[in-house]
Design a protein around this ligand. Sequence first.
Ligand code: ZN
Length: 343
Amino acid sequence: MEKEAIKLYFTGLSANERQALIEELQQLDETGKGIPRCQELRRSILDNKQGCCAHCGHTKYVKFGKDKGAHRYKCKSCKRSFTEYSGTWMAGLHQKDKIDAYLQLMLEEKTLDKIKETLSINKKTAFDWRHKILSSVEESEKGEFTGITESDETFFLHSEKGKTKQGRKPRKRGGTSSKKGVNSEHIAVIVTLDRKDQMDLTVAAAGRLKKNDIENAIGKRLTSQTVLCTDSHVSYKGFAIDNQLEHHPLRSDLKERVKHGVYHIQHVNSAHHRLKKWIDNKFWGVSTKYLQQYLNWFRLKETLKESKQFVKDFAKMSAQDVKAYQRYTMLSSRYEIIKSTQS
Ligand SMILES: [Zn+2]
């Protein structure tokens, strides 16, 4: 509809109808302001010198013309050029005009079918975009654990959801392992959180957790201020000794729940519960290959739950990451590594 026609329509309305329409439009305007503009965000990060070279990470670069409509930059260190999309989750995407609406719908946790229908994209594209985006936030908002820090593992049954299986009967969602005890069908996820806002969720191993798995997941994020609370798992004990941490292991076999009123792992156990519920209810279980991706998503949901502009915050973080595309292409090999840790 042309602007003149809209005006004509508007003046034809009664005073009450006009008022109602104005209010609706104002609301629409507010909603529109909340929608992320991923490409604009990316460009403004680069143009305000807050970005870095997509090849070497250097922070000094200059504008360097255009490449098929995309802004191009040249690194002052490695001398290579890159576009505003290089390395990001937006690299190589067709239909870039749909990515803002896509991100909005994804973070509203709409199903792939719903997104496919709303945006007229195919379901495979909707799935691929989800995982490109989720590859981008893996390292965002990761600081140090300070003060009392709870850590505990939880298990997900190995799943090849989405893949046609041969030779093995598909297991029902949330089913049980065919073998007794913790075994290679159990994928260990380490969840760690302090009592401020730091959180980590890492797909650690297939089978029992070892000291090194804990080291790889959270070793770099500890300080001398970290006070570790865990169950009495021997791997955690070894990890705490290696890192010279104050450590409070809880003996669940003795029904020991809280020590000295503050040392417990109840927050982390309740995070396990929320995580499993979310994955079961929203996605009907997820494939092990993509599990880390959903953990990234869950972590940001939990970390930013107080934020009134979650989608914008998320968009900003994801637009900053120039390692996202590479991480996305490595999903399969990372999955193979996890499978090979079977014990
Ligand atoms: Zn460079």
